[in-house]
Design a protein around this ligand. Structure first.
Ligand SMILES: Nc1ncnc2c1ncn2[C@@H]1O[C@H](COP(=O)(O)OP(=O)(O)OP(=O)(O)O)[C@@H](O)[C@H]1O
Ligand SMILES: Nc1ccn([C@H]2C[C@H](O)[C@@H](COP(=O)(O)O)O2)c(=O)n1
Ligand SMILES: [Mg+2]
Length: 211
């Protein structure tokens, strides 16, 4: 594997395009495992016309596609570890290019400092803001154990590893953006509808679609 930048340049040279120089609005959606990122992103899409890209969903789709990286990704997800940025950024870039929208919710990314720095270097994109769903571990654990979507990482052993990775690697990224006044923190321990009321207040009401 080369560097992330080499991979992006190779893609562009192969005619796979680049998201460099496109005028995109990007909101990073962060929070611990089970904090409700995916649930709230679905609501935001319906009301505000964003495209939702979940890094975890893209990685799971890559496993299913039979890609050469599939086994490596599967093993890392089972261990709650973060997949190398080169792989995840390539998937995100491809999805953004294929989609054609100019407003993206990027859910579960950047998950560590390597993700953050590499994405900025490859795409030149700084998020407009960062939505942070703040939720206590006991509540997140309860939600994950009750999710029932057949995810291989929704077992107590992997959940504990994911919590540790969140504290050690993902929180520093949130702190990085907080220092730049980009973090919009939401109390995610409340019922879905109440959380969404707070989310709505953050996204400009004038952009809301009529029902
Ligand atoms: N505010 C809420 N109150 C109660 N349950 C919730 C709430 N938000 C989401 N859930 C439920 O909790 C589970 C996890 O939610 P979701 O998949 O949105 O979390 P996530 O942050 O995307 O998790 P992951 O990082 O593992 O992908 C789901 O079963 C969802 O229905
Ligand atoms: N930037 C990312 C995002 C996700 N992953 C891997 C590791 C996570 O535990 C798993 C599931 O993600 P989720 O659906 O909970 O957001 O996917 C990663 O390596 N890098
Ligand atoms: Mg999710």
């Amino acid at each position: 594997m080369g560097t992330v930048v080499e991979a992006a340049n190779k893609d562009a040279a192969n005619g796979n395009g680049s998201i460099l120089n496109k005028n995109l609005t990007v909101v990073f959606v962060l929070g611990g495992p089970g904090s409700g990122k995916g649930t709230q992103c679905s609501n935001i899409v319906k009301h505000f016309g964003y495209t939702h890209l979940s890094a975890g969903d893209l990685l799971r789709a890559e496993i299913k596609s039979g890609s050469e990286n599939g086994t490596m990704i599967q093993n890392m997800i089972k261990e709650g570890k973060i997949v190398p940025s080169e792989v995840t950024i390539k998937l995100l870039q491809r999805a953004m290019l294929e989609n054609g929208n100019d407003k993206f919710l990027i859910d579960g990314f950047p998950r560590n400092e390597e993700n953050r720095a590499a994405f900025e270097k490859v795409t030149g994109i700084e998020p407009t803001f960062v939505l942070f769903f703040d939720c206590p571990e006991e509540e997140m654990e309860r939600r994950l154990l009750g999710r029932n979507q057949g995810r291989e990482d929704d077992n107590i052993e992997t959940i504990r590893k994911r919590f540790n990775v969140f504290l050690e690697s993902s929180l520093p990224v949130i702190n990085y953006y907080d220092a730049k006044l980009k973090v919009r923190k939401i109390d995610a321990a409340r019922p879905v509808e109440e959380v969404f009321e707070s989310v709505k207040a953050i996204f400009s009401p004038k952009n809301e679609k009529a029902d």
